[in-house]
Design a protein around this ligand. Structure first.
Ligand code: NAD
Length: 242
């Protein structure tokens, strides 16, 4: 018996990470649609909309027959008004979950952030079991943490399987934040100073690898491996090995 072909809706698919996910899905011959407030590419079915409007989402999910949502949308870090983060990343996640359940979507992959466990101090060797900090670092990270919590709590409810990924700094083709920010610091003459002993560490992930991680996570959601112990943390490496 032939299996139903997956239909992917990439929310935020016009963005940096979302675009790489779209390209990788297209490259392997999958059916892909994009939902975003802006259109930057014209090679996939595009639906203009805002995730905070559940009815827009529901309409697109029904129209496209989406089976798997990959949700990468977020306002960029550094907004003047922090309320936008709670509106899009918390209320928006609620709307995505609710619309997905109502439309019979079976899989939801969410792009969270490594910032959800950052409290401003050193973060060394933490894994997914680390709790969120008692005092969130800022509104962006707090809203990403709350969004991630909602997504993970929805796992197994209303026919939906969910997973969240936590990338750190992302670099690669199409980046409009990191390299631009570094160049602006250079232009402002802010590169004449050294903070600390020049041995500060930071995690960076190549955007193509992150996009691939989203595809692997979506694929593995179909038949999630059962944890062998209640303490096992499922990472991309452990999922790939199963
Ligand atoms: P991006 O700004 O390039 O892309 C985000 C996309 O979401 C944009 O196309 C934007 O139009 C869309 N969007 C924003 N609000 C929306 C709304 N209300 N409804 C529909 N679409 C909306 O950002 P990115 O760098 O590709 O980041 C993707 C994800 O990765 C985000 O969730 C972000 O929090 C997370 N993340 C990014 C980084 C990084 O370094 N770029 C690091 C960690 C986590």
């Amino acid at each position: 018996m032939s299996q139903r072909k997956e239909v992917y809706l990439v929310i935020g698919g016009s963005g940096f990470v979302g675009r790489h996910i779209v390209e990788q899905l297209l490259a392997r011959g999958d059916i892909v649609c994009v939902f975003d407030i802006v259109q930057r590419h014209h090679d996939v079915d595009f639906y203009s909309g805002d995730i905070t409007d559940e009815s827009q989402l529901l309409d697109v999910l029904s129209k496209t027959g989406t089976t798997c949502i990959i949700h990468t949308a977020s306002p960029p870090h550094g907004a003047k008004d922090p309320s936008i983060y709670y509106k899009v990343n918390v209320d928006g996640c609620k709307a995505v979950i609710s619309a997905a359940q109502a439309a019979g979507v079976t899989k939801l992959v969410y792009t969270s952030s490594a910032g959800v466990v950052f409290d401003g101090g050193d973060v060394v060797n933490l894994d997914e079991r680390a709790p969120f900090p008692e005092k969130p670092f800022d509104a962006y990270n707090d809203s990403k943490a709350q969004g991630e919590k909602l997504i993970l709590e929805a796992n197994g409810k209303g026919g939906l399987l969910t997973v969240a990924l936590r990338p750190a700094g992302i670099f690669g083709e199409g980046d409009r934040q990191m390299m631009v920010g570094l160049y602006q610091a250079y232009q402002r003459g802010q590169t004449h100073f050294q903070v600390g002993d020049n041995n500060n560490l930071f995690d960076y992930t190549y955007v193509g690898n992150l996009a691939k991680a989203h595809l692997i996570a979506a694929d593995k959601l179909s038949s999630p491996p059962l944890p062998t112990s209640s303490h096992e943390t499922l990472t991309i490496d452990s999922l790939k090995a199963k």
